[in-house]
Design a protein around this ligand. Structure first.
Ligand code: HEC
Ligand code: HEC
Ligand code: HEC
Ligand code: HEC
Ligand code: HEC
Ligand code: HEC
Ligand code: HEC
Ligand code: HEC
Ligand code: HEC
Length: 423
């Protein structure tokens, strides 16, 4: 076994050393040729799929992972003495991939910007730990998320780890109740995630910056750097909310209560679009789970909601009157532009909710209220002006009509006089 390992390492070293790094065509690969001819799908399938694999594109062949001698055309190609390891066992796959991917010197020849920490990160994940410590062979290994013979970079839309496909890749196990039956964790993450605002942003709006499973759980299972716990992960993107929350009264009490941070009010996987109904003590309000009308938190929640409602109403009223004026042909573009500041204030006030203090919300809402008030007043003036002009118009039309009637009568009179003289 040790000898075979040594032979494999040697063979690999020799072959790799003799291959130019980029864009090289693979050396005649007898492994694939014979496998395609066997007519056995288990043997031919991998050879066929491998044509689209990144390793094939980089000039690496079957022996990169399986060892052996690719120049031999007979079965002796698969001689353990030449480093052939056969089909790697689950526990072995880590070493097979890690031999190159943990070797910074080697990987640099191909792609200096590629990370080389996948194996270490994986080892610290629940998957890696269960594999090593418990010999649990049902957890994901490298080849579960990167299908052994059709591995593609994450940027390739056909890749199993492209942002649009990660959820299904994880869901293959995590959404399969039968496969996960022996474990005590739910199997609803995929379904819930697919209903979330994040999944919608990604699949419907095409916003690839929205998170999928690996953005929150880490590519290789270790949570992203600088974050001690996956529950803190939201702050990577929603930085302002996270800052406010951290300084708020809830940050401390939630830890004491054993509540997750953001997920207490937003959930982990089925995150819905936010709405003002979440605030206050109404049916859909998240605050009502812990606060009532009599405690300080409940009173504050109601007050915060009132401030936001007032701003939203004032903004909508101003917008409606300006639209009406505009449709009647009045020039109100400056006021409409100014009103944008009020929608900005509304966004800021909704964000400020995460400070969980009435003052913080009021501070953002007040300038918005002032702007809305001004814009509304401008709309009122525009409509008054319009009414005034309309009145003016009616008066001038009446005068003109009167003039025309007078003129017609005068002409007739002149005509009649003419007729009288002629007759
Ligand atoms: C002359 C044809 C031929 C050549 C050349 C050949 N193979 Fe095979 N290979 C087979 C056959 C037949 C089997 C199935 C026999 C068996 O299961 O032991 C097989 C099985 C395998 C398996 C599956 C082993 C398992 O444990 O299930 C792997 C992996 C493999 N070959 C890799 C390679 C590699 C790598 C090379 C080149 C270094 C290679 N083969 C060259 C015919 C060939
Ligand atoms: C990047 C590494 C890698 C390369 C390159 C690679 N394989 Fe594999 N191969 C694996 C791994 C890992 C497995 C085990 C997969 C598993 O357990 O699901 C495997 C399994 C196999 C099997 C067994 C399939 C089965 O279902 O039992 C065959 C046959 C095989 N490979 C042939 C090949 C051939 C032929 C090539 C070249 C055309 C090749 N492999 C290239 C990693 C690789
Ligand atoms: C013989 C060395 C070697 C082995 C063994 C190997 N790889 Fe690779 N792998 C490479 C090289 C070289 C690249 C190309 C890097 C580049 O140019 O971007 C690559 C690329 C990749 C990529 C795409 C990276 C990117 O973003 O470009 C993934 C994913 C990957 N390998 C996964 C695996 C997995 C999983 C295994 C084990 C089943 C494995 N590799 C085994 C050398 C190897
Ligand atoms: C639980 C699923 C999963 C497992 C297990 C896994 N990967 Fe990955 N891997 C991913 C995802 C998702 C990405 C895409 C990251 C991105 O979008 O940048 C990725 C990306 C990569 C890349 C591209 C560079 C990078 O780090 O982003 C390489 C190389 C790679 N994986 C190798 C491996 C190796 C080697 C193993 C085994 C130690 C492994 N992966 C295990 C899911 C997995
Ligand atoms: C091959 C099947 C498989 C795949 C694919 C897979 N997992 Fe897992 N995962 C498992 C198993 C089995 C466990 C162990 C369950 C347990 O912890 O009790 C696990 C555990 C986990 C845990 C720890 C759960 C806990 O709290 O105990 C997380 C988080 C996780 N997986 C996330 C992911 C993500 C994210 C992906 C995709 C990038 C993924 N998994 C892909 C099988 C898989
Ligand atoms: C927006 C961030 C986010 C996304 C996206 C996400 N998760 Fe989670 N996930 C979490 C948080 C937070 C927890 C709770 C972690 C904790 O308590 O330590 C969690 C818990 C889990 C657990 C543990 C069991 C459970 O349900 O509590 C598994 C397994 C898991 N997620 C898998 C997935 C899979 C698979 C996907 C993709 C379909 C996914 N997650 C997408 C944030 C996310
Ligand atoms: C990788 C970045 C990223 C991470 C991590 C992330 N989000 Fe998001 N989040 C987004 C993006 C992008 C949107 C979509 C904005 C849009 O287009 O509606 C979004 C939307 C939301 C919304 C809806 C906002 C609205 O306007 O209604 C909520 C609520 C939310 N995220 C909460 C969370 C929580 C809670 C977590 C952690 C469990 C989290 N997010 C993790 C990027 C992220
Ligand atoms: C105590 C409950 C609570 C906690 C904890 C909480 N939120 Fe919120 N969040 C809300 C409420 C209520 C709203 C709706 C405000 C509104 O629209 O009036 C909201 C709205 C949001 C929005 C949408 C804001 C917008 O512009 O419409 C995002 C994004 C968000 N939260 C992210 C987070 C993140 C990230 C965390 C953790 C750092 C977090 N929330 C923690 C209650 C909470
Ligand atoms: C998981 C339970 C929980 C939820 C949900 C929750 N709170 Fe709290 N909140 C607490 C606890 C516990 C305290 C500290 C004890 C107290 O003062 O009641 C607190 C304190 C507060 C305080 C400080 C009160 C004071 O003493 O000055 C405010 C303000 C507050 N919460 C607002 C809110 C708002 C607004 C929401 C909804 C967006 C909300 N809370 C949702 C548990 C919660």
């Amino acid at each position: 076994m040790r000898l075979a390992g040594l032979g494999y390492a040697l063979a690999l070293l020799l072959t790799l050393a003799s291959w130019p790094a980029e864009g090289a065509s693979p050396p005649t690969d007898r492994c694939a040729a014979c496998h395609l001819e066997t007519g056995d799908e288990r043997l031919a399938g991998p050879a066929r799929e491998f044509a689209g694999d990144i390793h094939a594109a980089k000039g690496l062949g079957c022996i990169a992972c399986h060892g052996g001698d690719a120049r031999e055309s007979g079965l002796e190609a698969m001689d353990p003495a030449k480093g052939y390891i056969g089909k790697p066992k689950r526990q072995q796959i880590l070493q097979v991939c890690g031999r190159c991917h943990s070797d910074a010197q080697f990987m640099k020849r191909y792609n200096p910007s590629l990370r080389v920490d996948q194996v270490t990160e994986y080892a610290s994940s629940v998957h890696g730990r269960r594999l090593k410590e418990l010999g649990d062979s049902k957890v994901a290994t490298c080849a579960s998320c990167h299908p052994a013979h059709s591995i593609r970079p994450p940027s390739d839309p056909k890749s199993s780890v492209h942002p649009l496909r990660v959820a299904d890749t994880c869901g293959r196990c995590h959404a399969d109740a039968k496969y996960m039956a022996g474990y005590k964790i739910p199997t609803d993450q995929l379904q819930k995630y697919k209903s979330s605002v994040h999944s919608q942003a990604m699949t419907v709006k095409g916003d690839l910056s929205a998170p999928t499973c690996n953005d929150c759980h880490g590519n290789h299972g270790a949570v992203p750097p600088g974050i001690s716990w996956v529950g803190n992960v939201c702050g990577q993107c929603h930085t302002v909310m996270a800052e406010l929350f951290k300084k708020s009264v809830h940050a401390k009490v939630f830890v004491e209560m054993g509540n997750p941070g953001c997920a207490t009010c937003h959930e982990n996987h089925a995150i819905k679009p936010a709405s003002d109904e979440m605030l206050g003590l109404g049916d859909k309000a998240v605050c009502a789970a812990c606060h009532g009308a009599d405690d300080k938190g409940g009173k504050a929640a109601t007050e915060m909601r009132a401030r936001i409602d007032a701003l939203r109403t004032a903004h909508d009223k101003a917008q409606a009157i300006l639209l009406k004026a505009e449709h009647s042909g009045m020039e109100v573009s400056q006021a409409s532009f100014d009103l944008n500041a009020a929608s900005g204030a509304l966004v800021k006030a909704r964000t400020a909710v995460h400070a969980f203090s009435v003052d913080a919300v009021a501070k953002e809402a007040e300038p918005g209220l002032a702007v809305s008030g001004k814009a509304f007043a401008r709309g009122v003036r525009a409509l008054e002006e319009l009414a005034f002009r309309r009145k003016g118009l009616v008066v001038s039309v009446v005068i003109i009509l009167a003039l025309i009637v007078g003129l017609v009568l005068k002409i007739r009179q002149v005509d009649r006089r003419q007729e009288g003289r002629d007759g």
